[in-house]
Write a protein that binds this ligand. Structure first.
Ligand SMILES: [Zn+2]
Length: 354
């Protein structure tokens, strides 16, 4: 940098520019509907680009005379051109409506947006959260969980919103420690507005591949209790293999169950060498994974018709390729995830803690 560029004159210009940029960022962070609501405007309609309302400045009855641009927050009054006397930008509007100085109007906007325009980090965080909210809003129309949400950054956010659904005794009575261990999150809202808890699914190397999202409202149809990430190919993934592979012991033994909750319950009971085939059948890709990691497979599928069928099919498919120990689960309306810890004793001579 040369001496000329560092002249005081330039610094002044920079700081003015900076201030303008800060103000623009503040304006950008305002939620137009929220602000107009706070200022007492009666909003009649919101389009993708603007919010329309009765003009609170001159009064009147035209329901869409007042319009605010959602991006810039600039506004116009089509009935009386109120902007010509007040100024069409949002800070002027706030000054007029609340009778504030420029500085106090900026402070007011800082307080409602939750950002301080002099604090870069807070702004970046606010913007990120806002982007995420908007993104999820756009994705609500999908029946399946969009692939774009499957990354570590979103997972981190989901983790903050886990409900107590899985902690309830009737839903498994899982401990906070176990739910933390399995990184269970929440806050996903499906297209019907039903809230769901989020179960991350990783491959054998720990790479995040998908989510399964569990309805926690009890309102979703039976078939849609769990929603999987769109285009997720379960053929290549055994849930929890990334962790279970370290607990296979000398016999290199893996327990295979159908569901996520069964994995967690067995884990709580001390069986950490457990994986889920995410359904009642073990696919060819999942069979290959079993061959490459384990010497011995303990089939611990559900006791209903689908589970029995899945067990029979797995025995047939994998016969001669790996040692298979099938367990006939004796309850038709419960699965391993529904057992109490003590009830696992009944199976302990077969599934044994590694
Ligand atoms: Zn007006």
């Amino acid at each position: 940098m040369t001496q000329t560029q560092m002249s005081p004159k330039n610094n002044v210009n920079n700081s003015k520019e900076e201030q303008r940029a800060n103000i623009n960022r503040l304006k950008e962070s305002i939620d137009a509907e929220q602000l107009l609501g706070l200022l007492g405007f009666d909003i009649s309609r919101t389009t993708s680009t603007e919010v329309r309302a009765v003009c609170k400045i001159h009064g009147g009855s035209n329901k869409s005379s007042f319009r605010m641009n959602k991006q810039t927050k600039n506004w116009v009054c089509f009935s009386q051109a109120c902007q010509e006397t007040i100024g069409y930008d949002v800070i002027s509007l706030v000054r007029y409506m609340l009778n504030l100085s420029f500085t106090d109007a900026v402070k007011y906007l800082e307080s409602i947006t939750g950002i301080n325009i002099h604090d870069e980090a807070a702004y970046v965080e606010y913007k990120r959260a806002k982007d995420r909210r908007e993104f999820i809003q756009q994705m609500k129309d999908n029946r399946q969980i969009p692939m774009a949400l499957v990354n570590e950054e979103y997972l981190k956010s989901f983790k903050k919103f886990r409900s107590n659904y899985f902690e309830k005794v009737k839903n498994g009575g899982f401990s906070t420690e176990v739910l933390n261990e399995f990184e269970i999150g929440g806050g996903y809202v499906d297209k019907y507005g039903f809230q769901r808890d989020v179960i991350p699914i990783r491959d054998e190397n720990g790479e995040l591949k998908a989510y399964s999202c569990r309805d926690i409202t009890g309102k979703a149809d039976e078939a849609f209790k769990y929603l999987l990430t769109k285009n997720f190919d379960k053929n290549k993934v055994l849930y929890n293999l990334d962790r279970a592979k370290s607990y296979m012991g000398k016999s290199r033994s893996l327990i295979v169950v159908e569901g996520f909750k069964s994995v967690w319950k067995l884990y709580m009971a001390g069986y950490k060498n457990v994986v889920s085939c995410i359904g009642s059948s073990i696919t060819p890709g999942q069979q290959s994974l079993l061959y490459s990691y384990a010497f011995e497979v303990i089939l611990f599928l559900d006791g209903d018709a689908a589970g029995i069928k899945g067990t029979a099919k797995a025995l047939k498919d994998m016969k001669g390729k790996i040692k298979i120990i099938p367990i006939f689960f004796p309850y038709e309306t419960r699965d391993p995830g529904d057992l109490n810890i003590e009830e696992f004793e009944e199976f302990d001579n077969i599934i044994r803690r590694a």
